[in-house]
Design a protein around this ligand. Structure first.
Ligand code: SAH
Ligand code: SF4
Length: 409
């Protein structure tokens, strides 16, 4: 979501002639787009702001701008702690950010340069279909910083997708905190995807994130039938202990989650399921953790993100006792990570000798970076620059740790 929003802001700024600097030292404006989901992300932002202030001491005319969730949540604290920050724009106001930044920089002093968007040719385009979230998972700050769930008008989304494809996009990644609950008038998420799939020239569609409580049979069926929809789903499990899932307010049990995985694998046999896991949620016992570890071994996710729980202000879990010691959180985090890496290595090794349909996303030197329908990266020797943006059939020759290497057939 942040990559998408930074990208959008970059494009909007380019219309004012404000272009991206390759290195910090060349920048006249430093814009920090922040995330509040975990405490660690906020700490990183603080340390970056410290560096930006140092830089401003050397180059006093630069402007420092903070945007996003943290700017929404702790505007006053940022102002108080970092006196040289010039402008703070909250997540809910991100659509006006380019205008405000241009205004701050007295845009008449800038010459209108070539629009960056005219030069950019994105093979993968991220498109936001909704903002905010109403689910109030007990650990999560998103509903507080991003507000109520609002689905965007479907005809606008389809138009954005069409425009992206006309500008060279081959893959669309639809984004939202819970795309499964997208609804605009009578249009549900499956209808939206089916309509986007009709766009000529579009090769692939992905979407994230999916909440297990709202993943319908209709969506699973659509994934099976619609050839442009990739065989990958990100389905955050968070925990496999029903006690913890209840305390997290996730509104499903582990058994229900497992049932979804089974249905997905029957409908889309080559599907890769990836997930998010939180370890060390308040009250998580060794036994709760063992259940999550067992689930990771049983389900064999295609990949996962594991996070150490951190208490977030205003959330329901913030009033619970954060009683799992940091050492245990770290230990559980590394056990899950180790298990997941082991499984990933086995999965990529089993792909050697297979043929995969990949999309050529990037060319670096004489290597093309491509991705399978299930979302794995495959590096391929580049025959022609014309391959960029094309779907290619590749024979997988080698697997190294997590990466695959192939040859175009
Ligand atoms: N809407 C998405 C999640 C967005 S936040 C969803 O429901 O799947 C991304 C991930 O950050 C979550 O899935 C969760 O695993 C993690 N996360 C959120 N709040 C957290 C917290 N307080 N501590 C640790 N991890 C957290
Ligand atoms: Fe946060 Fe839950 Fe909403 Fe995801 S669904 S953004 S975890 S409240």
């Amino acid at each position: 979501m942040n990559i998408c929003e930074s990208d959008k802001l970059g494009h909007a700024l380019s219309c004012y002639g404000i272009l991206k600097a390759n290195v910090l030292q060349k920048a006249d404006i430093v814009i920090l787009n922040t995330c509040s989901v975990r405490d660690q992300a906020e700490q990183k932002a603080f340390s970056f702001l410290g560096r930006a202030e140092e830089f401003k001491r050397e180059k006093p005319n630069i402007k420092i701008v903070v945007v996003g969730c943290m700017a929404e949540r702790i505007e006053h604290k940022i102002k108080h702690r970092f006196k040289s920050v010039n402008l703070i724009i909250g997540a809910k106001d991100i659509d006006n950010a380019a205008f405000k930044i241009a205004d701050l920089c007295d845009i008449s002093n800038y010459s209108i340069a070539e629009r960056e968007s005219d030069k950019a040719f994105d093979i993968i385009k991220y498109i936001t279909v909704m903002r905010g979230c109403d689910n109030y998972c007990s650990y999560c700050v998103v509903p507080f910083v991003r507000g109520q769930e609002t689905s965007f008008k479907s005809s606008d989304i389809i138009e954005d997708c069409r425009l992206a494809v006309n500008n060279g996009a081959k893959e669309i990644m639809l984004l939202g905190q819970n795309v499964n609950s997208y609804k605009y008038d009578d249009i549900k998420f499956t209808d939206l995807v089916k309509n986007i799939a009709k766009i000529d020239g579009l090769e692939r569609i992905r979407f994230m994130t999916n909440h297990p409580k709202d993943l319908s049979n209709e969506l699973i069926d659509m994934m099976a039938r619609e050839p442009k929809v990739c065989s990958h789903i990100h389905l955050p499990m968070q925990s496999a202990s029903n006690n913890i899932l209840l305390a997290m307010n996730r509104k499903y049990t582990y058994q229900q989650y497992l049932m979804l995985i089974k249905k997905l694998r029957v409908a889309v046999p080559d599907i890769s399921v990836t997930t998010d896991i939180i370890v060390g949620f308040p009250g998580e016992t060794e036994e709760d953790f063992e259940q999550t570890l067992k689930a990771v071994k049983e389900i064999r996710f295609g990949g996962l993100y594991v996070f150490r729980y951190s208490s977030r202000p205003n959330t329901r879990a913030a009033s619970m006792d954060d009683d799992v010691p940091l050492e245990d959180k770290k230990k559980r985090h590394s056990i899950i990570l180790k298990e997941s890496n082991k499984i990933s290595i086995e999965i990529v090794a089993s792909m050697v000798g297979t043929t995969q349909q990949v999309l050529a996303e990037k060319i670096e030197g004489d290597v093309i970076e491509t991705r399978t329908r299930s979302g794995r990266k495959v590096f391929v020797k580049c025959a022609s620059k014309k391959d960029l943006g094309k779907q290619l059939n590749v024979s997988i020759k080698e697997a190294k740790i997590n990466s695959l290497f192939g040859e175009i057939i």
